[in-house]
Design a protein around this ligand. Structure first.
Ligand code: PHB
Length: 395
């Protein structure tokens, strides 16, 4: 009897060990990438673009890296930071993801930073653009952009091209403040005047009263930052108020002339000059191949700068896994990412070894019609721009 019991126990223990071995074995083979994106709500165009780009990357590069099977998990946070945090916790604890990625807005990226640190899990920021994000955890790396990266070159261009008086209009949250601050410092240092700084809410803004206030100042241009997805409404109200006819220009980082919305803005937007990190019209073989594949896989949808952020985020994660030989601990992966450089559809990019932030070209572009379609056509390049706020190049 005693022996029988013992045998049964041993068999059960062996069975359990075998089961754990299988589970553990399967897990050791897996790499899980958890993208948290706004698939619904006000920022849903960002979620749609980023998810499509991440899927395209996998369709083109396969689901095996360094001998490990990669699984992509996409979760919707509707750009509500409390959701982002709860989903990140679930992905870390229950899915045991090796990477957290995405984040359509700055507050969502910030909400996850302490969890990335605690779990020692890389947080790859592929959409949000406030300078400070990468300083919030040593496990954060960014493949999107910072607002200052485009706003400072925009200020230089404006100051050198006869624009003397500018009213700033930005969404009242962190990236808007970065855009406004960095533009204003650079533009006034170059002799420009800014008679008014206008902010409006991030959620459901009605721009009309603010546009009236800006028009009353009779500026040469309005410097605008609205997050991806809101540019169409801004331009519509700008035109309805007759500001284009009054000779006022729109300038700013290229979020306002987003490739996702540009074609619907109509002829009044022709000639608008912005500074930005990506145009679907970027003239390189790598970009032409990217745009063609993206449009083909997505019913003709044109990729925007958010799509490129996610595509490069996937590149970064795959390349880091290759470099570590499939090691998935956060310290090895982040170390592998530092200093990494490659050619993106947007042009050459790298991950700053010191800050883990992206270094990239900024392009000055003009909205033009090509084959009946509106595009941001790049005509000047400022190469290898580091985030000016962290670099301390603006005071
Ligand atoms: C951000 O919240 O950081 C953000 C969102 C959309 C943009 C730019 C920045 O287009």
């Amino acid at each position: 009897m005693k022996l029988g019991n013992k045998r049964r126990y041993l068999l059960a223990a062996a069975g359990a060990a075998a089961m754990f071995a299988t589970v553990g074995g399967a897990r050791a083979q897996d790499v899980k990438i958890g993208f948290i994106l706004p698939m619904t709500g006000q920022q849903q165009s960002t979620g749609k673009q980023e998810a499509a780009a991440a899927k395209l990357w996998m369709a083109q590069h396969g689901d095996t890296v360094a001998g490990k099977k990669v699984e992509l998990i996409i979760r919707d946070d509707a750009a509500v930071p409390d959701n982002t945090k709860r989903i990140a916790q679930d992905l870390l604890v229950n899915e045991k993801v090796n990477f957290l990625a995405g984040f359509g807005i700055t507050p969502a990226a910030l909400a996850v930073a302490p969890l990335a640190t605690q779990a020692k899990t890389p947080e790859i920021v592929t959409a949000a653009g406030t300078s400070i994000i990468t300083e919030k955890s040593p496990y954060i790396a960014r493949t999107s952009f910072t607002l200052a990266q485009s706003s400072v070159p925009m200020a230089d261009w404006a100051a050198q091209n006869g624009i003397k008086k500018v009213v700033t209009m930005v969404s009242d949250y962190a990236p808007g403040h970065d855009a406004e601050d960095s533009f204003a410092k650079e533009f006034t240092a170059k002799g420009g005047q800014i008679p008014d700084h206008i902010t409006f809410p991030l959620a459901n803004p009605d721009f009309a009263p603010f546009l009236q206030r800006a028009a009353d100042d009779k500026p040469d241009a309005i410097f605008v930052f609205v997050p991806s997805g809101q540019g169409g409404t801004f331009v519509k109200q700008f035109v309805e108020k007759g500001l284009d006819k009054a000779g006022i220009k729109i300038i700013g980082p290229g979020d306002v002339t987003d490739d996702d919305l540009l074609n619907n803005m109509g002829d009044p937007i022709l000639g608008t000059i912005t500074a930005h990190i990506y145009s679907a019209d970027h003239n390189s073989p790598a970009n032409k191949a990217f745009v063609a594949a993206f449009e083909k896989a997505n019913n003709g949808m044109r990729p925007n700068f958010m799509a490129v952020g996610a595509y490069d985020g996937m590149h970064l994660m795959y390349a880091a896994l290759e470099k570590t030989g499939g090691k998935t601990d956060g310290d090895s992966l982040i170390a592998a990412m530092k200093g990494m450089a490659w050619e993106s559809p947007r042009g050459p990019i790298s991950i700053d070894a010191e800050t883990r932030d992206i270094i990239q070209n900024v392009y000055i572009r003009k909205v033009e019609k090509k084959n009946g379609q509106l595009y941001n056509v790049e005509f000047a390049t400022i190469p290898n721009v580091k985030d000016p706020i962290k670099a301390g190049t603006i005071k």
